[in-house]
Design a protein around this ligand. Sequence first.
Ligand code: 4NP
Length: 157
Amino acid sequence: MIRILTVCLGNICRSPAAEAAIRRASQEAGLEVEVDSAGTGRYHLGEPPHPRSVAAAARTGLEVRGAARQITRNDFERHDLILAMDRHNLEDLLAMAPDEDTRAKIRMFRSFDPGADGPDVPDPYYGDDDDYRRMIEIILPAAEGVVLHLTGDQPPR
Ligand code: 4NP
C-alpha cells in the first residue's frame, strides 16, 4: 500500500481535487493507494472543499470531499509521497519536514506530468470559474503521471 498526500495552502481548492484525481487514476490502474490531502496553512480548518473546486471537478466526474486540515508531523511520517501544488507549498513543506528522510518524500505534483507548461498548479482562490476549470485541466494529467510513475510506466522528471 502506497500512501500519498497532496498539499496546498488552504486544503480547500487544489489539494482535495488532486486527491480525488489520484484516487480515480489509481483505481483505474488497479493500483492500491491511500490518498489524503492537507494544507500548509490554517485558514480554513474544518471547512469543506470550495464549491467552485467541487463544481469544476464534478464536470469531469470527480467527487471532491473532505474537511480542511493542516499537515501534521504524523503526515510526514505516514506518507510515502508528499505532493506540493506550487513552489510556495514546496518551500513550506521542506521547512516543516522534521528530518531528511521525510524531506526526501516531497515532490512537486506537476513534475509527474511530462507535458506540464510550468511547475505550479496556480492558486485559484481569488479566481473565477475558468480558473477552477483550468486547475482541473492541470491536475488530471499530473494525477495520471503520478500513477504511471508508481506503476513503473513513467520515470519522474
Ligand atoms: P488552496 O486555495 O490552497 O488551493 O486550498 C486557497 C485557499 C485559501 C486561501 C488561499 C488559497 N486563503 O488565502 O485563505
